[in-house]
Design a protein around this ligand. Structure first.
Ligand code: PLP
Length: 468
């Protein structure tokens, strides 16, 4: 064995202890780190012939990069929708690396059972019928990629074509109808060869980001009986609006379409009796996307894909010519169900989290984050310097600066840069029906009311300094 490898092998306990110390130091100072940070660390391109060993590598990493790590897992990073990592999530993730199971084939490790169990618990948490099959993937983009791939296969099946075998060309363009599809849906459609242009953006309800059901009906009528895909949105990024899944589900009785629901973070409404109604009708979906590295607060990266059609999922993702039809559907090896062949044991951090905190833990996390968003929304609404653009439905506050519209884009860019530089809070820009806006997205388990006070202070102080 090479010298450093051998030395590291004997030093494994020390290496892990030092890594633990470094980890605890990071966590202890997390809230004091700049929430967001812009860095330009020097980058080496000369790979040394001789290694330095893990302990020296750890020191090197600290020296070169530690100061540039953002506080994004901390309580005041409100950019995008970025959860942190709970202790249980971290514990599960650490073990995932240590035990290093490749969850690809069936029956060769208890890791498979953990994944099935975590999937069942997630369905219970989200009020999703146990009849759905679920698989872990790396994020909502890959979950929607998978769901839309199965939908594409279903459209082919309706037209008598096995797209997985014959290719997309034999059916031609497939229409995808959606009100306010997330940007990742377009990316997924590009990857799927269906093309970004296959999306028909439907009119939204007045003043909202939810699809106009009448317009959806008309668009479905215009398909003239040709099967298509509808992407419903449960939690849009700006106002966290929810499509009416009950009404959309009812349209399935009249029109042939695959219903894909992007509930990346909005799905967490189901964790609270107060907001669960947003997800009414979810069981009409043919495929569902829910992100776990957002509000479940497991470390990156993790999401779940759920579908009522595991047979079609297998038709798309089958890894060999031979079908595994002889085995029980529940035991189809994961390698035949997901884009990945080799697969990280992503289910474990989720399993730990659900075991550790149960329904009550995630109900608290969701309700606390929504309450904080609503409180910030009220504060924004009262403030003369800011303007609230949409009522706060869930965990995101969508607002803008009180300034002439034509100046907003550049003012917001400068304001957010100054806010990032200040470091107390991190926010991201967006666009609200043509108005440049700012989003504050709450999704971290550690965010408390004391943070809200700091956030409001930071917003006010940075704005006044930079207005002078
Ligand atoms: C975050 C998000 C996605 C993409 O998620 P990734 O995990 O970054 O791939 C898709 N849809 C919605 C609604 C989202 O909020």
């Amino acid at each position: 064995m090479e010298q450093q490898l051998l030395r590291d092998k004997t030093q494994t306990p020390v290496i892990l202890e030092e890594t633990l110390k470094e980890s605890l130091a990071f966590l202890a100072n997390l809230a004091d780190r700049p929430a967001g940070i812009r860095t330009s660390p020097s980058i080496e391109d000369n790979l040394a012939e001789e290694g330095v060993g893990s302990l020296a590598a750890l020191t090197s990493f600290q020296e070169q990069f530690s100061a540039g790590l953002s506080g994004s897992p901390g309580p005041r990073y409100l950019g995008f929708v970025t959860g942190g990592s709970t202790p249980a999530g971290i514990a599960g993730d650490w073990l995932t690396s240590v035990i290093d199971q490749n969850v690809a084939s069936a029956g060769d490790s208890s890791a498979n059972q953990v994944e099935y169990q975590a999937v069942n618990w997630l369905k219970a948490l989200f009020g999703i019928d146990q009849a759905y099959a679920g698989t872990f993937v790396s994020g909502a983009t890959m979950s929607s990629f998978t769901g839309l791939a199965i939908g594409r296969q279903w459209v082919g099946q309706q037209l008598g074509v096995d797209i997985g075998h014959e290719g997309l060309a034999s059916v031609g363009a497939i229409s995808v109808l959606s009100g306010c599809a997330h940007s990742s849906v377009f990316k997924a459609l590009s990857m799927l060869g269906m093309g970004r242009a296959c999306v028909q953006r439907l009119p939204l309800q007045e003043g909202r980001e939810a699809v106009d059901i009448g317009a959806l009906r008309e668009a479905l009528e215009a398909q003239n009986g040709r099967p298509c895909i509808v992407v419903a949105n449960s939690g849009t990024v700006n106002s966290v609006d929810f499509d009416d899944l009950v009404a959309i589900g009812q349209l399935k009785a009249e029109f042939p379409f695959w219903l894909h629901v992007d509930a990346a973070f909005g799905g967490f409404a189901a964790c609270s009796p107060e907001y669960a109604h947003f997800m009414d009708g979810i069981n009409a979906a043919d495929s569902i996307t829910i992100d776990l590295h957002k509000m479940l607060n497991v470390p990156y990266d993790s999401a779940i894909q759920l579908t009522r059609h595991p047979d079609l999922q297998q038709a798309v993702f089958q890894n060999s010519g031979a079908r595994y039809l002889e085995v029980n559907a529940a035991e189809v090896p994961f390698v035949h169900l997901t884009p990945e062949n080799s697969r990280r044991f992503r289910a474990l951090p989720t399993w730990f989290s659900l075991k550790a905190y149960g329904r009550a833990g995630f109900r608290d996390l969701v309700e606390r984050n929504v309450l904080l968003a609503k409180q910030l929304g009220e504060w924004i609404d009262r403030s003369p310097q800011f303007e609230l653009l949409s009522p706060v439905h869930f965990n995101v506050v969508c607002f803008t600066l009180n300034a002439p519209k034509e100046e907003l884009a550049s003012l917001i860019t400068r304001f957010l840069a100054a806010l990032t530089h200040d470091g107390r809070v991190f926010l991201t820009p967006s666009d609200w029906k043509g108005t440049p806006c700012i989003r504050a997205a709450f999704s971290n388990w550690q965010t408390e009311e004391s943070d809200l006070f700091i956030i409001q202070q930071a917003l006010q102080e940075v704005l006044s300094v930079y207005q002078d």
